[in-house]
Ligand binder design. Sequence first.
Ligand code: SF4
Length: 447
Amino acid sequence: MSTVTEAPPTTEKKPHATEAGNYFVSNYPPFSFWKPEYVSALESVMQKPAPTDVPLGVYFHIPFCRKRCHFCYFKVYTDKNAAEIRAYINAGMKEMARFAASPYIAGRKAQFVYFGGGTPSYLSTPQLHELTSRMKDLVPWDEAEEVAFEAEPGTLNEKKLECIREIGVTRLSLGVEHFDDHILESNGRAHRSGEVDRAFKFARTLGFEHINIDLIAGMMNETEEKWKFAVQRAVELGPDALTIYQMEVPYNTGIYQQMKAEGKVTAPVADWETKRRWVSYAFDEFVKAGYTVTSAYTVVKDPNRIKFVYRDSLWNGADLLSCGVASFGHLGGVHYQNQADVGPYMQLIDADKLAIFRAYQTNAEEQFVREFILKLKLGSFRPQFYIDKHGTDPRQFFGTQLDWIVKEGFGAWNGDVFTLTRDGLLQVDRLCHEFFLPQHRQYARYT
Ligand code: SF4
């Protein structure tokens, strides 16, 4: 592997105003490098024998929501009837069956399962029972360490929550976002705070191992007072984990459409410095309540018990068999994403074809960089881990970048451990771009 010294870290001034574009780094190399012509690499992987030492995860994407949030950048459908949802589930299971029958997947069991969206909890209880029993027949879950499920509080009545528990969900992730009804309403959320309280309390009685709540710092109309109120309410609920995102405004959101119509460059949300301060305040309040900060986005009540198996396995390089419209997967070192619109997706599945839109075959150097960047979000690392796993010492490979981070006060060495400061941790997605390989830097912003 070569050393990345060609392009010194950028020294542009810190961004303050929130402008349109993606900020969050969820994978590497950037999606703009994934191409339709690389899909054949995934077809080749599927014909390889199943590995014995790589964990397998299963993801299923539910693209339905009750209402489109103004900040949403996913392709979601708010107008599908029961017959259309049934047809979508049938297509998804046909797709999964094709993967499950391939030499690379056949006979493997899931280490983790994830239902994402959209809104998985939009499905009815019969739909959830049918979907999950078909999935379990294709790729067994009986040894899964985690079954995670994203839920919108307003879709959760007692019957639905009982069903979600019955199908084997261990980690319930509630998309709360805020506790102020005016903020929820003015940002286009479908639920209100009363529904959060009811859903959370009933979910607690059902014995989910891990209930996470999501908040967003910096939604439209956010104020100091309202943010403090939201944090206070979250502390009072006492979730096992709390995840906080800083509001971003990608191009395909309703907020950006409005900005464009009004000729505005700055989004009508708090600036980055304020959002970081709000997240830091939330972290401090949760630490006072006995929680531990475990990443740039999470605090956890009991780090010995509460794990994020999906996240950690993926960052470690696990395989992810991903099905459903627009879903992102990763098999045998090949990233892939399915068709982003339900029409073409269903047509391809109907025609007995893979529904993949674009893919990317990673090499050993990219796999090292990917793991390094993603795990930086945990806040610290030991070089020896990467030397043992990838044969590369980050102190040499990323010497320029790490020196710059230390100089800027975003991180420090303590013996053989590098740790980001709170300020560094809260802008880690910005720092991640500095570690991209030179050929990926010109497109460092994610699209
Ligand atoms: S609930 Fe989530 S996926 Fe659905 S519209 Fe809102 S942000 Fe998008």
